[in-house]
Design a protein around this ligand. Structure first.
Ligand code: HEC
Length: 132
């Protein structure tokens, strides 16, 4: 009888542990998103949001210039919400591949962010997309 009680007790402890774990995972996912939001706005270097907008949807005016015919032009940041995590990581290293070639950035600076930091930024962008 004692043994059975002990067994039941440990089973319920395990069950409790399980629920704890899911909330913990939710919490840690949210803090990754928070961390990503912070990094997106203040990475080591110039803020992503200055060129790609608050949540990566682009449209931010990067520069005003005149074309060869002296017409005024605006250079706007691109929407980066549909790039995969691997593409985002490559882009930060200035090694983004387009048409089988490394497309070196003309404007965007190189960032020295860790994989974990890139993943957090990615999580933040995905989260913002799903919660708009
Ligand atoms: C000074 C403006 C500027 C800043 C700051 C900037 N970007 Fe960019 N980004 C660009 C431009 C412009 C492009 C298009 C490629 C080019 O000409 O540089 C681009 C392209 C991209 C792309 C598309 C893939 C590619 O490489 O073409 C991704 C993803 C991206 N940026 C993510 C980011 C993230 C994340 C940050 C912050 C850590 C950031 N960018 C900061 C201007 C900027």
């Amino acid at each position: 009888m004692k043994l059975l009680l002990l067994l039941l007790l440990s089973l319920s402890l395990v069950a409790e542990d399980d629920t704890n774990q899911t909330t913990q995972e939710d919490d840690s996912f949210l803090s990754t998103v928070e961390y990503g939001r912070m990094l997106y706005r203040q990475p080591r270097g110039i803020s992503c949001s200055q060129c790609h907008g608050k949540e990566g949807k682009g449209g931010q005016i990067i520069a005003k210039y005149y074309d060869k015919k002296k017409n005024p032009k605006l250079l706007r940041g691109v929407d980066i919400t549909s790039y995969s995590l691997e593409e985002l990581k490559a882009s930060l290293r200035n090694e983004y591949i387009e048409n089988n070639h490394k497309k070196h950035h003309k404007i965007m600076p190189i960032y020295y962010l860790t994989d974990e930091e890139a993943e957090a930024i990615y999580a933040y962008l995905q989260y913002s997309l799903e919660h708009q």
